[in-house]
Design a protein around this ligand. Sequence first.
Ligand code: AMP
Ligand code: MG
Length: 338
Amino acid sequence: MNTRLLQNTKQDLELAAQLIRNGELVAFPTETVYGLGADARKEDSVRAIFTAKGRPADNPLIVHISDISMLDSIVKEIPPLAMTLAEHFWPGPLTMVLPKQDCIPDVTSGGLATVGVRMPSHPVARELIRISGCPIAAPSANRSGLPSPTTAKHVMDDMNGRISAVLDGGQCEVGVESTVICFDDAETVHILRPGLISLEDVTPYAKYVYVDKAVFQQISADAKVASPGMKYKHYSPKAKILPVDAPDFESFRNYVTQHAEEHTYCLLFDSDPEINGVACLHYGDDGAHQAHDLFYRFRELDELSAEIVYVRMPQQTGADLSVYNRLMRASGFEVIRL
Ligand code: AMP
Ligand code: MG
């Protein structure tokens, strides 16, 4: 299959929508990462997403809508708390897990009775959904296990020859995937996957908000988890990622200087100085910048043939928690504690 690279023009958007209507796969930009889209209601098309990615069948897909009026046809009920959050955070990087309607097949929901729904803010994503005229199921457009793509080139690197088209919308703003939440009851928001929208952001609108423990620790493959994606190894480049929990930069530098070999790299904060004799890349000082850069740097490190990457540890509050979580998942929760 020849994968077409499409641009953000009226003509190419119309072509992309036509491909979606024909049941084919089109990767497209969202504000978080690139998604690999198909009509969420078409079983065969959705199955083709799992095949193209090499994704386990029990890991459900997020369904994307362009307008709040599409929500009723996808979910059975919208609790008042979900409506409040939709009003504040949509369009944007928030996915809500709600009871699904029958038009969403089991293959899309990974066999669950619920579906994750999101209204993206990226104008290209919204326009593609609108003119396709259907809800679009779209996981991140990477091969399963690899870092999510934040440019059209990343998608091509992973998916060339496997999908019909990639719609190029430039580099993604947010850089990590959406915040995924479900509702334990009418007053409780349960964060399944942290994203740019943080626990602190949601707190003013809900009586109780908490983060699932699988965000902080490895869950065994046979454990029952609220969100199936939590148990799989994820986001990982070829290089071995090793987060270093150091009390300060000095101790980080000492450790790395003693352990660096050929093909060892460091991923530092922007404000950190270079380390003599060790190749260094930087990934921002705060959560939003680190989120924007993290996966981009992971793919860059693979292009540089890095073998071991020592990474400065992000914070665990606010949007920083999304970066912490992706880093932990990339390292398999292995941390060097100094
Ligand atoms: P990705 O498509 O790669 O961004 O992954 C989607 C994430 O959303 C995975 O971690 C899924 O487990 C989670 N997710 C999607 N739908 C549901 C659902 N119905 N219930 C729980 N988690 C979900
Ligand atoms: Mg993914």
